[in-house]
Design a protein around this ligand. Structure first.
Ligand SMILES: C[S@@+](CC[C@H](N)C(=O)[O-])C[C@H]1O[C@@H](n2cnc3c(N)ncnc32)[C@H](O)[C@@H]1O
Length: 230
């Protein structure tokens, strides 16, 4: 018998920006230049490798699915069922409008928050979470999301975030220090996490690390972790 014990939602300022206009722009963004298309191709390749490391899960919760950027890769496994979830109804609407032909029957949209996933305990084999955690600056909020992932997955989580220990994180830290010296306190909605902090948070939420994959080792901040529920 399934039990749905989702905790209360948390509303973050960054989540509010994904309205209709921003969602359509986000869909177009990854196709807008050669650099972005190459970077998107690398993201898809890493996602494919991460799914293999996670044991090619059958039931996958893509959260947040955004504009459905990873649906083709997720759909490559013929038996896979995809729950495509996002906090933004506008994002879901854009994603479904651009859904790859033939995938519709295996894809179920879900309007929900990562803080309070509207699914029962242990209801999917894997949660696939690209480009959400780098927006979450509060450790308590990250832990709340990770605990919610632990409740909903029965096996693995695949997630991406920004980590330190590379050139771009070092450059960002310098730019940030310069910004603060100039008194510029503009609202930040993306954060770099020390790898040790991220890994301690995964352990605190009840996960062990199967593997990590770097977008471009020693240069890029993007890292994908493949985690297993313990
Ligand atoms: C940068 S996009 C990433 C989308 C997709 N994973 C990708 O990589 O293309 C961030 C997404 O997070 C969603 N989002 C924001 N707050 C959320 C929340 N609390 N729960 C679930 N999704 C959220 C936004 O609506 C948006 O679609």
């Amino acid at each position: 018998m399934f039990r749905n014990t989702a905790p209360a939602d948390v509303e973050l300022p960054f989540s509010a920006k994904y309205d209709a206009g921003h969602s359509e722009a986000y869909h177009d963004k990854h196709r807008s230049s050669l650099r972005r298309r190459l970077s998107n191709r690398r993201d898809l390749q890493l996602a494919r490798n991460a799914l293999a490391l996670a044991g090619d899960p059958q039931w996958v919760l893509d959260l947040p699915c955004g504009a459905g950027r990873f649906w083709e890769v997720l759909g490559e496994h013929p038996a896979r069922q995809i729950i495509a979830a996002d906090n933004s109804a506008a994002m879901l609407e854009v994603a479904l409008r651009h859904c790859p032909a033939g995938l519709g029957g295996r894809l179920r949209p879900l309007h929900t928050s990562a803080f309070a996933i509207d699914l029962p305990d242990r209801s999917v084999d894997s949660i696939f979470c690209m480009r959400l955690l780098h927006h979450i600056g509060e450790p308590g909020h990250r832990l709340a999301i990770l605990r919610e992932f632990h409740r909903v997955t029965r096996d693995t989580v695949i997630l991406s975030l920004w980590v330190d220990g590379n050139y771009l994180a070092w450059r960002r830290r310098r730019q940030e220090a310069r910004r603060q010296r100039r008194g510029n306190t503009a609202y930040q909605n993306r954060y770099v996490l020390p790898r040790a902090t991220a890994e301690a948070e995964f352990a605190a939420a009840g996960f062990e690390i199967i593997e990590h994959l770097d977008f471009l080792p020693l240069h890029s901040m993007w890292r994908i972790y493949v985690l297993r529920r313990i």
